[in-house]
Design a protein around this ligand. Structure first.
Ligand code: AMP
Length: 377
């Protein structure tokens, strides 16, 4: 019987997961090096330690019935430790190994018969000229491991720029990717249970600013056919990866209708935050259900939605304008309890519930609401 859930990582995804788990009657223990972390503020207990502190990992395993993680850049050794010592941890280290490494991930996706952008592995300077000849420019060089929110990425137009990026990467293994002229960026948030059942939220449509998600429109403004294919891709990936829990598949939709997978996140995702406010069972509750071997819920949108991230500006730690924002009854504000609004740090988000179509006027309303917010000391 599962009563206590352990979470490695104390950020906002852990926090929203913990809030749902606690509402459902579970206790939550989080492990994070930063005291009073966003998740630690709402959990029953926080173990303050590094993600790869094996004594702390042992304590987390001992004090809980199942362990999960809220982001993929944790030490794989921690998940392996839990597995080797008989603790129940999900998703498994096999899932983490693939999703931590962009090269393994893209090869895995292709092995499922699903398309990705053209790519090549870059270990040496020589690999760069070979890749540029076969794939061409413009291209993106990304660190194979450890990058997030656009970090560890360089757009390149020439071999010279490629060489500069290669030296900036300081010997890290890289992936060379063709820049895809996508019409839309999409994501499908899905959950797979231990019994192999998969449920999917409808594809959302994402806007990024220099690699950081800024807005999700749900559902995406795409054809039923593209929606169905995106769902099929996400389902296939979940089943072939044998993931148990909520995950997200990010895709590029090309003008000719083709879908390419960009990334897999083995956890609840920023583009699924809106599910808290407009579905009967959020992506976080689905994750609780999956890892506790409870039945999944077929998602149903009770309203369309636009989610906007609230990023720090490096100019003060206190949000301003929320009183005006909240005069709009269609807006639900979520703040993460982070003390310092470092420039471009994810501090919170809001969901705007949209009656009818998510069209340009609705998006303009959400952007106008977002523009009311600022930061002060
Ligand atoms: P990633 O960290 O791979 O999710 O990349 C962050 C963002 O950079 C994506 O959401 C896209 O907006 C953009 N991006 C990444 N890879 C490509 C690509 N191959 N072609 C075009 N845009 C890309």
């Amino acid at each position: 019987m599962i009563r206590r859930i352990g979470v490695i990582g104390g950020g906002q995804l852990g926090r929203m997961f913990a809030l749902e788990a606690k509402r459902m009657g579970f206790e939550v223990v989080v492990l994070d090096p930063q005291e009073h972390s966003p998740c630690g503020q709402v959990a029953d207990e926080q173990i303050v330690a590094a993600y790869d502190d094996m004594e702390a990992i042992e304590r987390l395993g001992q004090s809980t019935d199942v362990v999960t993680y809220e982001f993929e850049n944790i030490a794989i050794a921690s998940v392996e430790y839990l597995e080797q010592h008989g603790y129940h941890v999900t998703p498994t280290s096999d899932v983490l190994r693939i999703t931590q490494d962009r090269l393994l991930e893209k090869r895995f996706v292709r092995s499922c018969g699903i398309a990705t952008a053209d790519f090549a592995e870059i270990n040496r300077l020589d690999d760069l000229s070979e890749a540029s000849m076969s794939i061409g420019f413009p291209a993106i060089l990304k660190t194979a491991r450890g990058g997030y929110d656009g970090k560890g990425q360089w757009r390149i137009q020439s071999l010279d720029e490629g060489r500069a990026a290669f030296s900036a990467a300081k010997g890290a293994k890289l992936i060379y990717e063709r820049v895809v002229p996508f019409a839309r960026e999409l994501s499908v948030v899905a959950t797979r249970g231990a019994n192999d059942a998969v449920v999917c939220y409808p594809a959302g449509e994402n806007t990024h600013d220099r690699g950081i998600l800024t807005m999700t429109v749900a559902p995406a403004r795409i054809s039923d056919n593209a929606r169905l294919r995106a769902r099929t891709i996400a389902t296939t990936i979940g089943k072939k990866l044998h993931i148990v829990g909520t995950y997200c598949v990010e895709l590029f939709l090309l003008a000719n209708g083709e879908l390419l997978v960009n990334e897999i996140a083995p956890r609840p995702h920023n583009s699924g935050h809106y599910t808290i406010d407009v579905t009967q069972c959020s992506q976080y509750e689905q994750h609780v259900r999956a890892i506790c071997d409870l039945p999944l819920a077929e998602p149903k949108l009770e309203s369309n939605a636009i989610m906007m991230n609230i990023l720090g500006a490096g100019k003060g730690d206190h949000l301003t304008g929320e009183d005006e924002l909240l005069t709009d009854p269609s807006i639900v504000l979520h703040m993460y309890g982070k003390r310092h609004a470092v420039n471009r740090r994810k501090m919170g988000h809001f969901t705007m519930l949209v009656d009818g179509a998510v069209d340009e006027p609705a998006i303009a309303r959400a952007k106008a609401a977002h523009a009311k917010l600022g930061w002060q000391d």
